[in-house]
Write a protein of this length. Structure first.
Length: 327
C-alpha cells in the first residue's frame, strides 16, 4: 500500500497539473471509425455518447485561421472539390490556402478505393461536411451544454517539412489566441510529436498541460533512446538513463502519450513514479484496451470510443455522461 505521504504528493501533483484523476476516455479525431474524422458530426456523436476528451488535430491557414485536420493540408483520401472529385495527392498545405478556399471542400466521405476505406469500412458517410475551425468546435461544445469535456489538441507540425506549416512560434501564437479568446484554457491540453511547440506552450501558457507524443517503432519513429531526434527539441533519453519518461519529465511534460505498442506495465509505473500521466494511442481492439487498462494507464485514445466505453465499464471505470447535440 502507498504511504500517506506518497498519496498526498500524488494528489498534489494531480491538482498542480490541472488533470482530473479519473480515467480518460478520448475520442480520436472525434471517433473516426464511426463518422468522418475531425468533423463536427464526429465530435457531436462523441459528445452525445459521452467521452471525457475530444482528441483532435489543428493547422493554420494562409489567413491565420486555426482549422481542425489531421493532415497538414488537404487529405486526398477524404477531400473532394466542388465537382465531387477527390483532390490529387499530396494535397495543398493549409498554410497556402485561405479559410474560404478550404471551406469549399467536402470531407464527409472516404475515397472508396483507398486503404483508409478498408481500415474503417463501417464509417458512416456524411456528404457535404466541411473542415471546421477550432472556434466552430468550441461553439458546438457550448451548444451541447457540456461543461466538463476536455480537448486534447495536437499541433500538426513536422520539423522535417518546415515549408508546410507556420514556424513553431507562429503556430503556437495562433492556437493560443483562439483558445484564450474562446475561454477554454482550463479545459485544453496540447499534444505534439514536435516537442518544440510543447516547450513554447509551457513558456507562454504554463497552466495548460503538455502531452508528449512518442513513436518508437515502424518506418518513421520520432524517438530514439540513444540520441535526440529532430522531433525532440534537443532532448535525448541518453542524457536521462535511456528513460523516455525521465526525458519527458525533464522537458516539463505533464502527460506521456506513447503508441500503445511501445508500452509495458513497468514503463507505466516508472512514469507514475515521476508524476506523469500516461495516455496511450490509438487503441481500437477490445483485448488491447483491456490490457492497457490492466497496465494502469490513465487514459486511452481510440477511434472506437463506443467500444472503449464498453470495455472501461466492464473494468468498473465510471463512464462520462453524454450530452446529446446535433452538429
Amino acid at each position: 500500500m502507498p504511504s500517506r505521504a506518497t498519496t498526498i504528493l500524488t494528489v498534489l501533483s494531480v491538482l498542480i497539473t490541472g488533470q482530473a484523476m479519473g480515467f480518460d476516455i478520448e475520442a480520436h479525431r472525434g471517433g473516426r471509425a464511426l463518422l468522418p474524422e475531425n468533423t463536427l458530426p464526429a465530435f457531436a456523436n462523441a459528445l452525445s455518447m459521452g467521452v471525457d476528451t475530444l482528441e483532435l488535430d489543428v493547422g493554420v491557414t494562409a489567413d491565420g485561421e486555426v482549422v481542425v485536420s489531421h493532415e497538414r493540408g488537404l487529405n486526398p483520401d477524404i477531400t473532394r472539390d466542388a465537382s465531387g472529385a477527390y483532390v490529387v495527392p499530396p494535397g495543398t498545405p493549409f498554410v497556402k490556402l485561405r479559410l474560404a478556399d478550404i471551406k469549399a471542400y467536402d470531407v464527409g466521405q472516404i475515397r472508396p478505393d483507398s486503404s483508409y476505406a478498408k481500415q474503417f469500412p463501417d464509417q458512416r458517410a456524411v456528404p457535404g461536411t466541411r473542415i471546421p475551425t477550432l472556434g466552430e468546435l468550441f461553439a458546438l461544445v457550448r451548444k451541447s451544454g457540456n461543461t466538463r469535456v476536455h480537448f486534447n489538441i495536437e499541433t500538426k507540425i513536422d520539423p522535417n517539412r518546415p515549408d508546410e506549416t507556420l514556424d513553431p512560434q507562429g503556430f503556437v501564437a495562433k492556437l493560443l489566441a483562439v483558445i484564450q479568446a474562446e475561454g477554454f484554457s482550463d479545459r485544453v491540453m496540447i499534444q505534439s510529436f514536435d516537442w518544440r511547440t510543447l516547450l513554447l506552450i509551457q513558456q507562454q501558457a504554463s497552466k495548460i498541460p503538455t502531452v508528449y507524443l512518442t513513436l518508437q517503432r515502424g518506418s518513421a519513429p520520432t524517438i530514439a533512446l540513444d540520441k535526440a531526434t529532430n522531433w525532440t527539441a534537443g532532448f535525448s533519453p541518453a542524457d536521462h538513463g535511456g528513460s523516455l519518461p525521465r526525458t519527458i519529465k525533464a522537458a516539463g511534460g505533464a502527460i506521456w502519450s506513447p503508441y500503445f505498442g511501445d508500452v509495458t506495465a513497468a514503463l507505466v509505473s516508472e512514469a507514475h513514479e515521476l508524476g506523469l500521466r500516461v495516455v496511450v494511442w490509438t487503441v481500437n481492439k477490445r483485448d488491447d484496451m483491456a490490457r492497457m487498462i490492466e497496465f494502469g494507464v490513465d487514459g486511452i485514445i481510440s477511434d472506437r470510443p463506443d467500444l472503449l466505453r464498453e470495455v472501461a465499464g466492464e473494468k468498473g471505470i465510471a463512464l462520462p455522461a453524454g450530452t446529446p447535440v446535433a452538429p
